[in-house]
Design a protein around this ligand. Structure first.
Ligand code: GRF
Length: 207
């Protein structure tokens, strides 16, 4: 399965996926990394691993459609079959979502549908979880549709929120879980074990 990764930041999920591919856990390859930030850590890592990178932002284009066309042509150039959003902070243009329907996943550092939506990213998520007094949080992998953080959920894993947790310590716990479940979900997609029906998605076991 040819995967394109979209990332805006440090890229630890991107590296976790790359490691899982290199270890033979996911039968796939990352064919291109697309970022809206030319100095993203993920861009550096991709270059270091000789993965093609492409910097694309809305500012370079006159319309969302033009940005979408540039993304689609980059994706086609690398024969992309599947898209992974690994800390990508911009909305994916609707035209791209339509073309890759049910073939785009995102990871969110909380248990959706709670603590998601526009503007809910980074430490804001963990601050809100702690402020609301939740005893559990976690990570969610979901399919991407045209609304932020609302597509069908594929997999979630919980972590305990301890009384002395800070947004930083909670983020670190959740990130560990992200690095586990993102490769698991991608493996299932690459092996054709994910079923999507309407608003529901689930993984079929391999045994
Ligand atoms: C992760 O917490 C992910 O859940 C969110 O953005 C963060 C990206 O971290 N969508 P990294 O760039 O993969 O290290």
């Amino acid at each position: 399965m040819n995967i394109a990764v979209f990332a805006s930041g440090r890229g630890s999920n991107f590296l976790a996926i790359l490691d899982a591919i290199d270890a033979g856990f996911i039968p796939a390859q990352i064919v291109v990394l697309i970022s809206n930030k030319s100095d993203a850590g993920a861009m550096e890592s991709a270059r270091a691993h000789r993965i093609p990178v492409r910097h694309l932002t809305q500012k370079m284009f006159e319309s969302e459609e033009a940005l979408a066309d540039a993304m689609l042509s980059e994706l086609a150039k690398h024969h992309t079959e599947f898209i992974v959003l690994a800390g990508y902070l911009k909305k994916i243009p609707a035209k791209v979502i339509r073309q890759y329907q049910n073939r785009i996943i995102n990871i969110h550092p909380a248990l959706l549908p709670s603590f998601g939506g526009e503007g809910m990213y980074g430490h804001r998520v963990h601050e809100s979880v702690i402020a609301s007094g939740e005893k559990i949080s976690g990570a969610t992998v979901h399919l991407v549709d045209e609304e932020f953080d609302r597509g069908p959920i594929v997999l979630q894993q919980t972590v305990a929120v301890d009384a002395d947790d800070t947004p930083e310590s909670l983020a670190a716990k959740v990130l560990k879980v992200e690095h586990k479940i993102f490769p698991l979900v991608l493996k299932a997609f690459a092996e054709g074990r994910v079923k999507v029906e309407g608003r529901k998605a689930w993984i079929m076991s391999s045994f």
